[in-house]
Design a protein around this ligand. Structure first.
Ligand SMILES: Nc1ncnc2c1ncn2[C@@H]1O[C@H](COP(=O)(O)OP(=O)(O)OP(=O)(O)O)[C@@H](O)[C@H]1O
Ligand SMILES: [Mg+2]
Length: 372
């Protein structure tokens, strides 16, 4: 089937705002999505992900600002003329039509010649491996098969860009994994710009070229999965991206590149900008970066509350002397049980520092410099 040229389908949002009545939902958002890019929107429920996607699709008016698709201002344009296809969580198939008729319907409405429709239907069926299902009705398909048909219906329209709103959240865990790989394959084969909304951390990390983290109608960070995971801009992104969550612990910046957590002093090996000796800070530590160690003055004392055995790994849910909880991913070592006292160490390079206001604190040596 014809591959749309992805370089044309750049999507740009300029100072886009949305209010429902007096309530402001999206607060002046700027975003530039490259042609052919796979961008994932993540954020807590109600932060505006679907609203944003629906505005790009034209299903929702913008209150102010501009939206460009493939260089064209589409802000006031009818949804059908934007060159966008949207796939929802609910498959929204026509129940009384066969799969073939569902796929062909939009093209028939657009008065596409019959042989062209047949070619498109066969092309989509081949990509999605639904050829043998063409004569069935949606009621005779599994959830995963129905979702494939819904995606097929988007493909036959040959859109400039695909918009997905939690397309896999009705499927069971196993099917989600296989459909996730199908969607990645689809992106590789078609090369279209894709915007994908999800709650699922794994989908966001595995599918995205770039992740857009949203909160309350604002962008908190835009970056590759590696950037948002390893180099979060603020405490919100640090806590939101990653499962189990990054541990956030209260600490004191002790000056000279040292921090103090309860009675433990850790040397960071570098100074930090924007913070003075004696200031309270928030310390971010990923569970997989903590190691159970021997007792020492530079290790954190903790008490195991629960231990979860998951086969390849174990999670230890512990308490620090301050009463704060801390999660440890333990990949080897002995079984630890509830109530045991342990000591935790972390490579200082792995620690992420934040001001109590939630801003990322960076090394004084590289402060203000762009990160590689
Ligand atoms: N038609 C509407 N009228 C009034 N408020 C609305 C309307 N549609 C959405 N909202 C509000 O806008 C906010 C953003 O909703 P939206 O559906 O975009 O969130 P979301 O990020 O997609 O959430 P979820 O992850 O739960 O799907 C919510 O507070 C919601 O209640
Ligand atoms: Mg939504």
């Amino acid at each position: 089937m014809t591959v749309t040229s992805p370089e044309k389908a750049k999507i740009e949002l300029r100072d886009v705002r949305k209010s429902f009545g007096a309530v402001n939902i999206i607060h002046g958002l700027d975003l530039s999505i490259e042609g052919g890019e796979f961008v994932v929107f993540v954020g807590p429920s109600g932060c505006g992900k679907s609203t944003l996607l629906r505005m790009i699709a034209g299903l929702e008016d913008v209150t102010s600002g501009d939206i460009f698709i493939a260089g064209r201002d589409v802000t006031e344009l009818d949804p059908a003329k934007r060159g966008i296809a949207m796939v929802f969580q609910s498959y929204a198939l026509y129940p009384h039509m066969s799969v073939r008729e569902n796929l062909a319907f939009g093209l028939e409405m657009a008065k596409t010649p019959a042989e062209e429709i047949e070619r498109q239907v066969q092309g989509a069926a081949q990509i999605l491996k639904i050829g043998p299902l063409l004569e069935r009705r949606p009621g005779q398909l599994s959830g995963g098969q129905r979702q494939r048909v819904a995606i097929g219906r988007a493909i036959v329209r040959k859109p400039l860009a695909f918009l997905f709103d939690e397309p896999l959240s009705n499927l069971d865990a196993e099917l989600r994994v296989s459909m996730r790989i199908e969607i990645a394959r689809l992106h590789r084969e078609l090369g279209n710009t894709m915007i994908y909304v999800t709650h699922d951390q794994t989908e966001a990390m595995t599918l995205a070229d770039r992740i857009v983290v949203l909160r309350d109608g604002r962008i908190e960070q835009v970056g590759t999965p590696r950037e948002v995971y390893e180099d979060p801009s603020n405490l919100f992104v640090a806590g939101f991206i990653g499962s189990p969550r990054m541990n956030i612990v209260d600490a004191i910046y002790a000056g000279d590149g040292r921090i103090k957590i309860a009675d433990t002093v850790m040397a960071l090996g570098q100074n930090f900008a924007g913070v003075a000796a004696g200031d309270g800070i928030k310390l971010g530590i990923r569970p997989e970066h903590l190691n159970v160690a021997q007792s020492s003055s530079t290790a954190l004392r903790a008490k195991v509350d629960f231990a979860e055995y998951l086969g390849s790994t174990r999670y230890l849910y512990c308490y620090l002397p301050s009463g704060e909880t801390i999660t440890v991913e333990q990949r080897d070592g002995r079984d630890l049980s509830s109530g045991e006292e342990i000591f935790l160490r972390c490579d200082p390079e792995r620690l992420r520092l934040f001001s109590t206001g939630g801003d990322r604190l960076r090394s004084a040596n590289t402060a203000g410099m762009p990160t590689a």
